[in-house]
Design a protein around this ligand. Structure first.
Ligand code: E4P
Length: 218
């Protein structure tokens, strides 16, 4: 399973990329706004940090506007993946950009039918938002299960399921059990995956016992 980080915070991305565990990055207009920085500069910097796909989202809502923005964003770096919303214009843009060889992430997916359309439009990634479904008392994981099953039924569909709006480690584990290809995680969730109180407790005990031996490895 590939791990993307869902942020436009360059320092966080650099630090997580240093672990060697990062496969890509997703951003959205809200995350760019939170960074307080120029979008094109931020995307260029992120693309320099990681060779993996970096999703940069269009903000036009019509086909011609999305296509022009997508082509512009794609020129920033070879690993830019253009993100488009799951609307009629977004699907049309996805089809056109994909035909040009540009990877496309179709975002704001909330139904299996939408995910099927994105795959037919040639999306590289489909981004179902599990947390936002949970927020309105709908089980986001049921959507992941449906999409994974539907895509498996049609091996010609090569779109990868990129689980988005992940809020906690359980979302990640459930996504992995269902066979989702990618998870995009907030930095804090990635860091929380590395933590377990029994790991800390066990390490403290090992180090205390090791100290008693008076030995050193090097
Ligand atoms: C995905 O690409 C989105 O940027 C993100 O996962 C949205 O998450 P949120 O629902 O926590 O805003």
């Amino acid at each position: 399973m590939k791990f993307f980080v869902d942020t436009a915070d360059v320092a966080e991305i650099r630090s997580l990329a240093d672990t060697g565990l990062l496969d890509g990055v997703t951003t959205n207009p809200s995350l760019i706004a939170k960074s307080g920085r120029d979008m094109k500069e931020v995307i260029a910097e992120i693309c320099d940090i990681t060779p993996g796909p970096v999703s940069a989202e269009v903000t036009a809502t019509d086909f011609e506007g999305m296509l022009a923005e997508g082509r512009y964003l794609r020129k920033i770096a070879a690993n830019v993946c253009v993100k488009v919303p799951l609307t009629e214009a977004g699907l049309k843009t996805c089809k056109a950009l994909s035909a040009e060889g540009t990877p496309v992430n179709v975002t704001l997916c909330f139904s299996a039918a939408q995910a099927l359309l994105a795959a037919k439009a040639g999306a590289t990634f489909i981004s179902p938002f599990v947390g936002r479904l949970d927020d309105i008392a709908q089980d986001g994981m049921l959507l992941i299960a449906d999409i994974v099953q539907i895509y498996r039924n049609y091996p010609a569909l090569t779109t990868e399921v990129l689980v988005a709006s992940i809020r906690h480690p359980v979302h990640l584990v459930q996504s992995a059990k269902l066979g989702a290809h990618v998870a995009t995680l907030p930095p804090a969730v990635i860091r929380s995956l590395m933590k377990h109180p029994l790991t800390d407790k066990g390490l403290d005990a090992f180090l205390a016992d090791w100290k008693k031996t008076g030995q050193s490895i090097l």
